[in-house]
Design a binder for this molecule. Structure first.
Ligand code: COI
Length: 347
């Protein structure tokens, strides 16, 4: 049975059985806009139901739909200033990701101007100090029409902003499941760039782990399944004695996190030896402490990990290194601590 929309169109259109004006002998594999397209939406937890035909044309898309993206935060200081944290690093990372995806990217200066303008235009949404931050999501997406395989003929860069509280409610310590069947990244792939292709492969594993009561998932390397790589939305660190280790980014399977980079510097200042290396899962199981880092999670302690049948618990809370790192980095980000490294940018 044709849908009601189609019936209406067939009755109204006198020309629908004639050929349209196309040179059929020169037909290539590209977009030739036709009369109608079909759209059907499905919200989370629901099913696809009645769709409809509309004339072929641009669609409305939420600015928060996926693509190649960045994440950074603007903080309000006690004395009313607005601080960004290492925004030039986000500009460079977007450029690097765009090169991998054959997309054009804004120049770093254009990126920074756009970030500043977005914050200033949304000042009233920056939470009071200590209550949260204004999360900025720069997004780069192919917005031109394309049918075959290849870069889009047009791109859109946008930034939207949203006030946010902590990523994990109350900064609760994570109860991690170590996933040993599904993988998120492979050497030479896109695990090291901030593209949605780095995140969408984690959803199924995350859904399965959450159904078993875990808070999140840690992925292993896809070649051997022996080494820890990354949590769904953040980097991981382990501490053993005076040595802090984090998975190396050199294979392109781990995101070069800006918080990760900052934590490495701060931990060295604290006197720890920090190693970026390949980390066997056994080292995680024998660690004194484990924590994750990212713009969204900042520094969040890992309370426990479960790998196959083994569950290990770690030190968290007051006295833990993760707490000290969290206090230091948020202190710099909010202007509570002196920024000796020149990481913050006032706007
Ligand atoms: C961030 O930490 O800012 C991220 O982009 C991770 C995320 C997917 C929430």
């Amino acid at each position: 049975m044709p849908s009601p929309g189609l019936q209406t169109i067939l009755i109204l259109s006198k020309d629908h059985e004639k050929y349209s004006d196309v040179n059929w002998d020169e037909l290539e594999f590209g977009v030739v806009p036709t009369d109608y397209m079909y759209t059907m939406k499905c919200s989370k937890g629901d099913e696809f139901s009645q769709g409809h035909l509309t004339p072929y044309g641009n669609i409305e898309l939420s600015p928060s739909a996926g693509g190649l993206f960045e994440g950074l935060k603007a903080n309000r200081t006690e004395d009313g200033r607005f601080l960004l944290f290492r925004p030039e690093e986000n500009a460079l990372r977007m450029k690097m990701g765009a090169e991998r995806m054959c997309m054009p990217s804004p120049f770093p200066q254009q990126f920074l101007d756009a970030v500043k303008q977005t914050v200033l235009a949304n000042k009233r949404w920056v939470p009071p100090t200590g209550k949260g931050t204004l999360y900025l999501r720069p997004l780069l997406m192919g917005s031109g029409s394309v049918l075959g395989l290849g870069p889009a003929p047009e791109y859109t860069f946008l930034i939207f902003a949203s006030p946010v509280g902590s990523y994990h409610k109350g900064r609760a310590a994570l109860n991690l499941y170590v996933e040993d069947k599904l993988h998120r990244a492979t050497p030479g792939g896109t695990g090291g760039i901030k593209s949605i292709t780095n995140y969408s492969p984690v959803y199924l594993a995350q859904k399965q782990a959450r159904a078993k009561g875990f808070s999140d998932v840690l992925f292993l390397d896809s070649l051997t399944g022996k080494y820890i790589e990354e949590i769904t939305a953040c980097n991981i660190f382990i501490l053993k004695g005076n040595v802090i280790s984090t998975p190396t980014i050199i294979h392109g399977t781990v995101l070069p996190g800006i918080t990760r980079k900052s934590v490495i510097d701060i931990a060295r200042d604290f006197g720890y030896q920090v190693e970026e290396r390949v980390i066997p899962v056994e080292d995680l199981l024998e660690a004194d402490e484990a924590f994750c880092t990212g713009t969204a999670v900042v520094v969040t302690p890992i309370g426990a990990v479960t790998y196959q049948d083994r569950r290990v618990e770690y030190k968290t809370g007051k006295g833990a290194l993760s707490q000290k790192l969290y206090e230091t980095i948020t202190g710099i980000q909010t202007g509570r601590l002196e920024d000796k490294k020149g990481w913050t940018m006032e706007i």
